[in-house]
Design a protein around this ligand. Structure first.
Ligand code: NAD
Ligand code: IPM
Ligand code: MN
Length: 352
């Protein structure tokens, strides 16, 4: 029996709706599988927690999380209560950084039963490897003066280690897929970091002569996501480019509500964290209509990470059967609630 301990942080907004139902799905899997035991421990860390305690998590929060095999997170952010840069840097980004979750993988593919907004989406199936520890997301910089003389400086950080690591991860992943890597660059407009990014990409690709490559500026690449997403296999992108591309990845699948993600720790020192691409969706929170598929597909990525890829594939198959049969939330054209979709997924898992 494989025992796995999972720290659960529902967080804010619809995180509190999609996480509980996804835990039910994981419990259903545990029930039918028999070979794994999942132990969930929930933490209330959120914007509301901040209002009460003046911080997003306790001072020893990271120490607490460190003992778990994985972290399963919903979404963080309630800008009405706490400014986003405080809540996100106090929890989500803090965990990604401190736990050296240096890679963020985010797949996007055509799902049976979900209408892509594209007229001719073909059968696209891509995965974005997002550098997750540096790049445009840095606290290096500052502000001086106020008013007319005001200056804000934000520095982007590209290290050789971080850049090579993301690219190598992409090439290794491509070896297990269709053997193609696209680099997302912007070396025509960004003077230092992106020519450097291109240079490193050129070097790293020499080590992978079996893999075909392409390099597109992020503006053109974004347009290709809309006009010809089927040409992509693995895409390697900086932190910000990867962030933006993967909301678009969700959109071309039919909804950001179905897009999954995994923050991967590569050195085994800390747990990895599994959270969908979407945020806390304050505009629909409380209505019970949030699409749980992003969170449930994220659970599939957690199963893959635990070496249970077959189980993960079964879960994705069940998700696709449910959408193919029309049991869908409103964002993808259905009338079902969060709970109804998840219950149907549970029911089908139990009858496997
Ligand atoms: P968002 O992803 O929360 O919402 C964007 C749009 O997509 C909204 O119209 C929303 O209703 C819809 N949507 C998102 N998830 C959905 C789902 N599961 N089902 C149906 N519709 C869904 O992005 P935002 O509005 O820019 O951000 C809201 C808050 O979430 C902010 O505080 C932001 O900083 C935060 N955020 C957090 C994370 C995270 O914790 N990983 C990610 C993105 C945004
Ligand atoms: C994501 C989110 C976060 C990011 C925000 C909330 C800081 O948009 O995970 O995609 O940009 O990494
Ligand atoms: Mn994002």
């Amino acid at each position: 029996m494989k025992k796995l301990s999972i720290a659960v942080i529902p967080g804010d907004g619809i995180g509190r709706e999609v996480v509980p139902v996804s835990l039910d799905v994981l419990r259903a899997i545990e029930e039918v599988h028999g070979g794994i035991k999942l132990e969930f421990t929930e933490f209330p860390w959120s914007s509301e927690y901040y209002l009460e305690h003046g911080k997003m998590m306790p001072d020893d929060g990271l120490q607490t999380l460190q003992g778990f095999d994985a972290i399963f997170l919903g979404a963080i952010g309630n800008p009405q209560l706490v400014p986003d840069h405080i809540s996100l840097w106090g929890l989500l980004i803090k965990i990604r950084r401190e736990f050296e979750q240096v890679i963020n993988i985010r797949p996007a593919k055509l799902i049976t039963g979900i209408q892509s907004p594209l007229v001719n989406p073909k059968d696209f199936d891509l995965i974005v490897v997002r550098e997750n520890s540096e790049g445009e997301y840095s606290e290096i910089g500052g502000r001086i003066h106020r008013g007319e003389d005001e200056i804000a400086i934000q520095n982007a950080i590209f290290t050789r280690k971080g850049t090579e690591r993301a690219m190598r991860y992409a090439f290794e992943l491509a070896r297990k897929r269709r053997k193609h890597v696209t680099s997302a660059t912007k070396s025509n407009g960004i003077f230092h970091s992106m020519p450097y990014w291109d240079e490193v990409f050129k070097e790293v690709k020499q080590e992978y002569s079996d893999i075909e490559t392409a390099s597109f500026h992020i503006d053109a690449l974004s347009a290709f996501f809309v006009t010809r997403p089927h040409i992509f296999d693995v895409i390697v992108a900086s932190n910000l480019f990867g962030d933006i591309l993967t909301d678009l990845g969700g959109a071309i699948m039919g909804s950001i509500g179905i897009a999954p993600a995994a923050n991967i720790n590569l050195n085994g020192k800390y747990p990895s964290m599994f959270e969908p691409v979407h945020g806390s969706a304050p505009d629909i929170y409380g209505q019970g209509v949030a699409n749980p598929i992003g969170q449930i597909w994220t659970a599939k990525m957690m199963l893959d990470h635990f070496g249970e890829a077959e189980l993960g594939q079964q879960l994705l198959n069940v998700i696709e059967q449910v959408t193919a049969d029309g049991m869908k939330t409103p964002d993808i054209g259905g009338k079902a609630s969060t709970r109804e979709v998840a219950d149907e997924i549970c029911r089908r898992i139990k009858s496997l």
